[in-house]
Design a protein around this ligand. Structure first.
Ligand SMILES: [Zn+2]
Length: 177
C-alpha cells in the first residue's frame, strides 16, 4: 500500500485533481497519511487473514470510511460497537451524535481508488491467505513435530481422538487473530 501510494504521488506530481489542487501537500496525501494508510491496510489483512471476503470488506471499509461525510455517510463495512476504530460506529453504539472530520479531501481519496481496487483483488488476497496458512503450519510443525513425528501419528490407533482433543484447540488458538 505504502509503495503504491508513493508511486501515485510521484506519477501525479504537479497534476491538478478534480478539486483544483494537487494530490500531495498540506492536508492532502502526506507521508504521514501514507504511513497511516499502510498501517490500516496491514491491520485489515492481519485481522481477517482467514477469509478473503472479510479481508476485502475490511479494505473497502477504510476507503469508504474516508469518503464519508455528514451528508453521505458510508460506514456500512466499518466494524460496529463501542470499541470500533470508526468514530461514526462508535458514536452510533453509544447513542451519541457524530460530526465527520475528514482528514483527506474526496478528490484525494478518489485518486487512490485504483490502488484500493488492485490491493483488494481476490487473487492477491488468496495468496496472502495461503502464505499466512503456510507460515502458521511451519510454526506448528516446528513446535509440535518433535512431539508427534509423522510415523508415530500414523500408528496411533485413536489418531482422530488425539486430533480432536489436541490439534483442533491448538489450531483454533493459532487462527484466532
Ligand atoms: Zn467508518
Amino acid at each position: 500500500m505504502g509503495t503504491r501510494l508513493r508511486r501515485l504521488k510521484a506519477q501525479l506530481k504537479g497534476q491538478i485533481l478534480s478539486d483544483g489542487k494537487c494530490l500531495s501537500g498540506k492536508n492532502r496525501l502526506t507521508e504521514h497519511e501514507i504511513d497511516n494508510l499502510q498501517s490500516y491496510y496491514g491491520s485489515a489483512i492481519r485481522r481477517n487473514h482467514s477469509s478473503v471476503q472479510n479481508m476485502r470488506q475490511a479494505i473497502w471499509a477504510i476507503f469508504l470510511h474516508m469518503l464519508s461525510t455528514d451528508e453521505y455517510p458510508q460506514h456500512g463495512f466499518c466494524p460496529i460497537g463501542e470499541d470500533s476504530w470508526c468514530g461514526f460506529k462508535k458514536a452510533e453504539a453509544s447513542g451519541k451524535s457524530y460530526k465527520h472530520k475528514n482528514s483527506l479531501p474526496v478528490a484525494v481519496v478518489e485518486a487512490m481508488r485504483p490502488i484500493f481496487r488492485d490491493l483488494s483483488h481476490p487473487d492477491l488476497l488468496k495468496n496472502v491467505c495461503m502464505e499466512k496458512h503456510k507460515t502458521r503450519m511451519k510454526v506448528f510443525i516446528m513446535s509440535f513435530g518433535h512431539v508427534f513425528p509423522k510415523q508415530h501419528l500414523y500408528r496411533l490407533k485413536h489418531f482422530h481422538l488425539v486430533f480432536m482433543m489436541l490439534f483442533v484447540p491448538l489450531m483454533m488458538v493459532m487462527y484466532r487473530n
